[in-house]
Design a protein around this ligand. Structure first.
Ligand code: PLP
Length: 385
């Protein structure tokens, strides 16, 4: 069988590789994937189960049921004070992944370029390549690189640049883009007549009084922004597969049309569970955020007791991005050896592009008692080097 040449540019994901490898050990502490261990809150699960029993198991409109689109508009207005029309400017998708793919395929012509702030969630690279586009990486992690961000954006820009993707709070770094940085990116976007894809799937999980801000809120940005969000992390609903995009109606119209060809719609019962989550989920959202904060704080303190590694405090998400350069190992050497010797699975930083080399990512998706054991094992590993 002769397969598409496009596939030659697609890399298998290192996070998945570590996750798969970890399964050979019965006693593994797996901190690889961004899948929260909390159960979906009861009221949301019950609504989903009732929906199944009531026969809400059919196809729906490609954009999702109107009640869900209205709940999404209310949610966006409540947090960002920006209004969307549920009839024309919203699409519910199979997770944020579905929204990101549909948006990308609707934006890019072959060879068009997308600027990606890096280190970044690796799906962005594959998503652009699946649409025959070209990712252009701009490294922005750390004070020094952040200062040069404007210059580096200009350097990355070319006639073929169509859009830029940003993700705040960030997977893998846990950092939030502050208002000044967002304003600078917004000005860059307007000056070059670009579009922003703003992936905000972690916006409810922020710590230490740091608040998520959206690029959407700057003047003239609503018409240039595709807001991507999802219920996966926010309500511990990864398996329900509910995400959404809010964007200008010309784009949403085509995303809805193409959704017919890739997924048709989000499962109907998941859509009803999502309505319950968005309308009545404030407390659960806070509880999930508080739990992640306490885990991240706990593990950060434990890891910073270990010489040769440094764990910066995270602003949000549930990831820690740990500097391991002083161990003398590459991030892959570190991750593979840690798994083999101590049965602790983490993701090497180069999984998030070259700019992540010298780091490992830990997802705090297990209880504090398991994180405590992981910290001891990491200590033992580093001290034995
Ligand atoms: N965006 C980012 C930055 C993510 O980290 C993830 C999942 O890890 C997603 C999007 C996908 O979320 P969903 O489960 O809604 O497809």
């Amino acid at each position: 069988m002769e397969l598409s040449n496009m596939l030659k540019g697609i890399q298998p994901q290192l996070a998945r590789r570590l996750f798969d490898l970890s399964k050979q050990y019965d006693d593994v502490i797996d901190l690889t994937l961004g899948d929260p261990d909390f159960a979906t809150p009861k009221n949301i699960s019950e609504t989903g189960c009732n929906a199944i029993m009531e026969g809400k198991t059919k196809y729906t409109a490609n954009a999702g049921v109107i009640e869900l689109r209205k709940a999404i508009c209310d949610d966006i207005e409540r947090r960002l004070n920006v209004k969307y029309d549920p009839n024309t400017e919203i699409i519910c998708t199979i997770g944020a992944m579905g929204a990101l793919y549909l948006a990308t395929i609707c934006l890019l012509n072959p060879e068009d370029e997308m600027i990606v702030l890096s280190p970044h969630w690796p799906n962005y690279t594959n998503m652009v390549k699946m649409c025959y586009g070209v990712p252009k990486y701009v490294d922005f992690y750390g004070e020094e690189k952040l200062k040069k961000l404007k210059d580096n954006l200009e350097k990355a820009y070319s006639e073929k640049t169509k859009c830029i993707i940003i993700n705040s709070p960030s997977n893998p770094t846990g950092k939030i883009l502050d208002k000044d940085t967002l304003k600078m990116i917004a000005d860059f976007v307007k000056e070059h007549n670009l579009v922003v894809i703003s992936d905000e799937v972690y916006h409810t999980i922020t710590f230490n009084g740091k608040k998520h801000q959206s690029i959407l809120q700057f003047d003239g940005m609503k018409e240039r922004t595709i807001l991507i969000d999802s219920l996966s992390k926010r309500f511990s609903m990864t398996g329900w597969r509910v995400g959404f995009a809010a964007a200008p109606k010309e784009l949403i119209n085509y995303m809805v049309q193409l959704n017919e060809d890739v997924a048709a719609c989000v499962p109907m019962f998941s859509q009803y569970a999502a309505i319950e989550a968005l309308n009545n989920g404030r407390e659960s959202e806070k509880e999930i955020c508080d739990n992640f904060y306490s885990r991240c704080k706990f593990l950060t303190e434990k890891l910073n007791e270990i010489s040769k590694i440094h764990c910066p405090t995270t602003d949000g998400t549930f990831y820690l991005f740990i500097d391991i350069k002083n161990t003398g190992l590459t991030s892959e050497q570190f991750a593979y050896a840690l798994l083999e010797k101590e049965h602790v699975a983490v993701v090497p930083g180069n999984a998030f592009n070259e700019s992540g080399e010298g780091y490992i990512r830990i997802a705090c998706t297990l209880s504090e008692s398991k994180l405590a054991v992981a910290a001891q094992k990491i200590k033992h590993f580093v001290e034995s080097l």
